[in-house]
Design a protein around this ligand. Structure first.
Ligand code: ADP
Ligand code: MG
Length: 225
């Protein structure tokens, strides 16, 4: 089976006043459709850096990156942005929703941006909310939802473009255990969808254990546990 994501010898340096810092020293990984994988590692080891490179929000210094068989390392910024919008989704630690808008409005924004017609938008939003178990909250102002519900709305928002990969950077970091569990169930279901994978950065061992595969980033190298 072809991997959904394939990275080879990925390196990332940051230039700092104190000199060059090599955060990623040659990272290799293959992630397959249907998988939910975790990336753990000590604070400052480069987890977010790796996730942002995988999510095409940042570029690597060198190395090869392929998604769905397409080489995306080396795309210019316009092409990268387009590829990202069509194929990738993000859920961050704080959900970054427009809190004075309703749930449906939050989910519609990326679709309006993608020039999807109104009728189609409604259909897509309904389906995304169903997937996260929040159909009954469609008209709710976002700031009246609980933390767990807000994070599930963020997952639904990531889903509306039908991304191949959803990336989460400590997506349960601000939730209590029970709420975090619900959010993880949600991710699990999302990952089980056709032609899709979920990549989560976490420092929580229990969260990592719920993933199909677990990676640890340490000293700039990624290893599977
Ligand atoms: P983690 O998410 O594992 O805590 P990060 O990826 O945020 O780690 O950061 C890894 C290292 O790279 C840290 O030492 C951090 O200070 C450094 N770093 C991150 N972003 C930059 C940047 N834009 N410029 C310089 N150094 C950076
Ligand atoms: Mg981080």
């Amino acid at each position: 089976m072809e991997p959904l994501i394939s990275i080879e010898n990925l390196k990332k340096h940051y230039a700092t006043p104190a000199g060059d810092v090599e955060v990623l020293k040659g990272v290799n990984a293959k992630i397959f459709s249907g998988e939910m994988v975790s990336i753990m590692g000590p604070s400052g080891c480069g987890k977010s850096t790796l996730l942002y490179i995988l999510g095409m929000l940042q570029s690597a210094t060198s190395g090869r990156y392929q998604i769905m068989g397409q080489t995306v390392s080396g795309l210019n910024s316009r092409r990268s942005a387009e590829f990202r919008r069509k194929n990738l989704g993000f859920v961050l630690q704080s959900c970054n929703l427009f809190e004075h808008s309703t749930v449906v409005e939050n989910l519609e924004y990326p679709l309006i941006y993608g020039k999807i017609s109104k009728g189609k938008r409604k259909q897509i939003v309904k389906k995304a909310l169903q997937q996260v178990g929040l159909s009954h909250r469609i008209g709710h102002p976002t700031n009246r939802l609980s933390g767990g519900e807000q994070q599930r709305v963020a997952i639904a928002r990531a889903l509306v473009n039908q991304p191949a990969v959803i990336f989460g950077d400590e997506p349960t970091g601000q939730l209590d255990r029970k709420t975090g569990d619900m959010v993880m169930n949600c991710f699990k279901q999302v990952a089980a969808g056709k032609n899709r994978a979920v990549v989560l950065v976490t420092h929580d061992m229990d969260i990592a254990r719920r993933c199909d595969r677990q990676f640890v980033l340490s000293d700039g190298i990624l290893q599977e546990k």
